[in-house]
Design a protein around this ligand. Structure first.
Ligand code: GDD
Ligand code: MG
Length: 339
């Protein structure tokens, strides 16, 4: 049996990931040399969901190879394009007609997780919920949507990025993990064709009106990360490399070093480095805890540590790239540049 269809929010501007998103839509940025959007789709497939609608706000052309690759893996992907800014709820409303079924999964497309979706669906059905929100503990809750729950997980309040950090400081507060189950009818509450927000309008409104909205606290040990900033995106690459996502990406299914990359025999590329297609790493160069996106050249004796290097960039001979450096596409760095 096919599980519920999923709406995947894959739009917005990806501003916090700049400069990496200059030239590549955020959902297609690679994670260990595979588009990051493939990870939520692999998770959905594992739990029987093989129909996904991508809610995108960019041109569709860059998504085509991804859509056909997913088809080969057994997931049918449709794209719903927004011609103007619709926000998270508006984007779902716009995509709704392309998704079948009365219950839908909805995902923020920038979440990397191995959440047990089958258990979440069971919870949703047992509670007879109209909306179920996956809830996650994080160290810095104020940057997220805060969710307060009562008995059996009934949501009492949903507060998106509270302006004062006060309500976020309470111990044990859980945040919106950006993964939802919802009855299709919930989307009847979203006005068609105009900008509206799941987090600021739809969910708080449903809670206020007494709809059965529940929070599903993710089981201990669940991996969860929003990969929306360069630091988190690097972290995501390292976590995938270290096998933390092995429940959804089997060992050996990813290429840490792209087969088209050329690495000098005297270069040292650590087991915690990702080297993209057509990269060149010169003699004596060292790459550790870093991601080289496609067509990067790391010159002879260069050292790259803890950095994200954008596509087409050239690091000259003996360049040292400091930790936390993020270089945009086609950057040029010589031993005399400050980065
Ligand atoms: N199609 C479409 N259209 N997608 C959008 C739009 C839009 O207008 N705006 C945002 N998105 C997508 C983004 O691509 C992302 O996948 C998702 O919606 C959430 O947007 P972010 O900009 O990444 O939001 P956030 O990370 O600050 O906060 C959200 O995620 C947190 C969990 O990481 C909120 O949902 C928070 O409540 C939540 O805690
Ligand atoms: Mg995000």
């Amino acid at each position: 049996m096919r599980g519920p269809a999923a709406l995947i929010l894959s739009g917005g501007k990806g501003t916090r990931l700049r400069p990496l998103t200059l030239g590549t839509p955020k959902p297609l940025l690679p994670l260990v040399n595979a588009p990051s959007l493939g990870f939520p789709l692999a998770l959905l497939r594992k739990h029987g969901c093989r129909d996904a609608v991508l809610c995108v706000s960019d041109e569709l052309a860059p998504y085509r190879p991804f859509v056909s690759a997913q088809k080969k893996l057994g997931t049918s992907v449709l794209c719903s394009r927004e011609t103007r800014e619709l926000g998270t709820a508006g984007a779902m409303k716009n995509a709704e007609r392309l998704a079948q079924g009365e219950t839908l999964f909805a995902f923020n497309g920038d979440i990397l997780t191995d959440l047990d979706l089958t258990a979440m669906l069971r919870f949703h059905r047992e509670r007879r919920a109209r909306i179920t929100i996956a809830l996650v503990p994080v160290p810095d809750p104020k940057h997220y949507g805060l969710v307060r729950t009562g008995p059996r997980g009934r949501v009492r309040a949903f507060i998106e990025k509270p302006p004062s950090g006060r309500s976020a400081s309470a111990k044990g507060v859980l945040i919106n993990g950006g993964i939802y189950l919802m009855d299709r009818a919930v989307l009847d509450r979203v006005p068609a064709g105009r900008n509206s927000s799941v987090e600021r309008e739809l969910f708080p409104g449903c809670v206020r009106d007494g709809l059965p909205v529940f929070g599903y606290a993710v089981p201990r040990g669940t991996y969860w990360l929003d990969i929306g900033t360069p630091e988190k995106y690097l972290q995501a690459n390292l976590d995938v490399l270290s096998g933390r996502l092995k429940k959804i990406v089997p060992a050996g299914s990813l290429r840490r070093i792209s087969p088209s990359a050329s690495i000098h025999p005297l270069a040292r590329v650590g087991p915690d480095a990702v080297v993209g297609p057509f990269c060149r790493v010169g003699a004596g160069a060292e790459v550790r805890r870093s991601v080289l996106l496609r067509r990067v050249t790391a010159g002879k004796d260069s050292v790259v540590e803890g950095a994200m290097i954008g596509p087409g960039s050239v690091l000259g001979d003996a360049v040292r790239v400091r930790p936390f450096t993020v270089l945009g596409p086609r950057s040029r760095v010589t031993a005399f540049s400050r980065v």
